[in-house]
Structures are given as structure tokens and as C-alpha cells.
Ligand binder design. Sequence first.
Ligand code: COA
Length: 155
Amino acid sequence: MITVRKAKMEEAQKIMDLHCDTVQRVNSRDYTEEQIKAWLGVRKIEITQGMIRDGQFYVAVDDTDRVLGIGSIKGNVLFGLYVSADHQGEGIGTALLDQMEKDAARVGITQIETESTLTAEGFYKRHRYGEVERKTVTIARGQSLKVVFLKKVLL
Ligand SMILES: CC(C)(COP(=O)(O)OP(=O)(O)OC[C@H]1O[C@@H](n2cnc3c(N)ncnc32)[C@H](O)[C@@H]1OP(=O)(O)O)[C@@H](O)C(=O)NCCC(=O)NCCS
């Protein structure tokens, strides 16, 4: 059974590792090796730890408390929804998204926005996120990523 809960500080490294593995094994179908290197190169554990401290990071865990998915939300901006490459398509992304949307609605947020990878675009659209615009964001080392800016009004 999958449980979604807020991440604990000691899970920061596990979160970083899952993110890295999923980008390399799943997002690699939409982005080049150079883009992925630059993308992963800008990450810092201190940022993840700060977001955990602020209660912005969620994890999806199995019965043995193994982290199989991660997601974060700051105000009404959702980012960093990643599911283990070995557990894609099992409903984990949906469980994380549902929980984050529910918690956001509870504190009065009425609209969520996100800059999605090309890889997750279909997932967000399946969850009634509407495309606002397609963008190219600069990351580092002269690399940029094509992303899709999407919004959803919470009912
Ligand atoms: C996007 C992601 C988080 C979805 O998580 P998941 O656990 O695999 O998704 P779910 O199993 O909950 O899928 C829910 C529904 O969305 C659909 N779906 C999932 N990914 C999809 C995609 N890329 N395109 C179209 N539909 C998709 C599923 O078919 C499913 O539909 P159903 O309810 O009709 O069966 C996951 O694929 C992932 O980790 N992607 C790579 C990381 C990434 O790019 N994250 C976004 C960062 S902004």
C-alpha cells in the first residue's frame, strides 16, 4: 500500500537520489544527455532540506517506508513530482498530486500552477491541468529545457 506524507529531514538524500535516477532513466526519453547533466548539476541538498523544513516536500512510501515518489509545492506552485523509474504507472504520481492539491485547497489555494517537463505533460493534462504556454527555460552550462506551463483551478 502506498502512503503519502510530508518528507522527513533525514530523507533529503533519498529524495535527491530518486530525483536523479528518474531524470536519468525516465526524462532521458525527452531530453539530451547534456541537458540532463546540466539539470542535475544545479541541484543542492540544502535547497531540498530547506523545503522539507518548510513542509513543502511530500513523499510516497510503501509498507516498508521506502520512498517511491516525491513531490513539492510552495504556495500554489507545484514542482518536483517524480516517481521511481521502477514504479511508473502504478498510481503513485496521482496519489502525490491528490494529496498536495487537497492540502493546498485546505489552506485556501484555488489555483495550482506548474512548469512541467515534456515527459509529464500528458500526466498533468490527464489530471485536468490546462496548457498556458510552452516555454524554454535556461538552466546552466549553456543548456535550456523545453517545458510546458500549466494551470488547474481547484474545485
Ligand atoms: C509524471 C509522473 C510523475 C507520473 O507518475 P505515475 O505514478 O507514473 O503516474 P500514474 O500512475 O499516477 O498515472 C496516472 C494517469 O496518468 C497517465 N499518465 C502518466 N504519465 C503519463 C504521460 N507521460 N503521458 C500521458 N499520460 C500519462 C497514466 O496513464 C494514468 O492514466 P489512467 O488514470 O487513465 O490510468 C511520472 O511518470 C514521472 O516520474 N515522470 C518523470 C518525472 C517528471 O518529468 N516529472 C515532472 C516534473 S515537472
